[in-house]
Design a protein around this ligand. Structure first.
Ligand code: AHM
Ligand code: MG
Length: 334
């Protein structure tokens, strides 16, 4: 492409975050913008180590000691350290909750007014075979800035989350972000400039009929999930046409949700493996802001109040129509 044809109206993650901040009366200090930018930086660093992981194993085994030291550290542990250090560096977070840490991490009680919950590298079964994995995060404002931060700032419904997102380390690195009252936007990491560039503005969930579930767990499914699966595999004709569903399952929540957002369909994890705070809530806020729905089967996911940091829940996310089918089946079951 000739240089005169190159677009110059580029929106970077940073310029997008600043523009959103200017529209928001609640976050005029720019603290949330700082946090979101630091998350963007953390994701770039994690992307870098994820992409080098296999090569480092080979180089590390025979050559440079410090490289070897780096490779013996597991990727999820390394990602956790990167994420924590970059957030700490902003001085704006009061509490961090990571999937990798049993306890909440309390920091900077004086100037930190935000809680950041995150899974630094989700999709553990896919880490060692090069399949897409990702980082998931959510942000709360502390309940009261004048009080000492405590667990009551964390154990709150998902409706109080002010921003959330994920970064997928797939065929490209993509960061997808939303915040209260704002749409869902996607940014692709440009490896040449090291910038996240706005490539998917105002994502609305697609309309394809794709269902995504680990059917290896079928023995543990309840009647509602079994009936739903039966209905998508053996669909009844609608107006003389049989609605054909496609099955897709990566086994990394970030990749399965990313596909569900862009193409449409439903993601089901009914057996209660996924963690409420840093897996279910962020993905639910993204799904709702993209025009979809998220449910435990019996209630809106974002209305749940977790009773402990690593509490888990069944979850169903996707097109409103599909989620309502599941909810109706649960009503019949109860
Ligand atoms: P993890 O936090 O140990 O990586 O587990 C969460 C992952 C999700 O990314 C994914 O949706 C799910 O576990 C897949 O589980 P399974 O392999 O049992 O289908
Ligand atoms: Mg996880």
């Amino acid at each position: 492409m000739a240089s005169e044809e190159l677009r110059t109206d580029i929106v970077t993650l940073t310029s997008h975050i600043i523009a959103q901040q200017q529209k928001s009366p609640n976050h005029t200090r720019g603290d949330l913008s700082l946090l979101l930018n630091s998350i963007g930086s953390a994701c770039k660093w994690i992307s870098n180590v994820v992409r080098k992981a296999e090569l480092l194993k080979v180089i590390g085994a025979t050559a440079v000691t410090n490289v070897q030291a780096e490779t013996v550290q597991k990727l999820d542990v390394l990602s956790n350290e990167i994420f924590i250090n970059l957030i700490k560096g902003t001085g704006r977070a009061a509490i961090l909750v990571s999937e990798e840490n049993e306890e909440a991490i309390f920091i900077n009680a004086e100037r930190g007014h935000y809680v950041v919950v995150f899974d630094p590298l989700d999709g553990s079964s896919n880490i060692d075979c090069g399949v897409s994995i990702g980082t998931i995060f959510g942000i709360y404002h502390v309940v009261n800035e004048t009080e000492k931060p405590s667990l009551k700032d964390v154990l709150r419904p998902g409706t109080e989350m002010i921003a959330s997102g994920y970064c997928m380390y797939g065929s490209s690195t993509m960061l997808v972000l939303t915040s209260e009252g704002n749409p869902v936007d996607g940014f692709t990491l440009d490896p040449n400039t090291g910038e996240f560039l706005l490539t998917h503005s105002q994502i609305k969930i697609g309309k394809k009929k794709i269902y995504s579930i680990n059917e290896g767990n079928s023995y543990a499914f309840d009647g509602a999930v079994k009936a739903y699966l039966q209905s998508v595999k053996f669909p009844e004709p609608v107006n003389g046409k049989v609605p054909a569903y496609t099955a897709r399952y990566v086994g990394s929540m970030v990749a399965d949700i990313h596909r569900t957002l862009l193409y449409g369909g439903i993601f089901l994890y009914p057996t209660g493996k996924l963690r409420i705070l840093y897996e279910c809530f962020p993905m639910s806020q993204l799904m709702e802001n993209a025009g979809g729905k998220s449910s435990t089967g019996r209630k809106r996911m974002l209305d749940v109040v977790p009773d402990k940091l690593h509490a888990r829940s069944p979850i169903f996310l996707g097109n409103t129509e599909e989620i309502e089918k599941i909810e109706d089946l649960y009503k019949k079951l109860d």
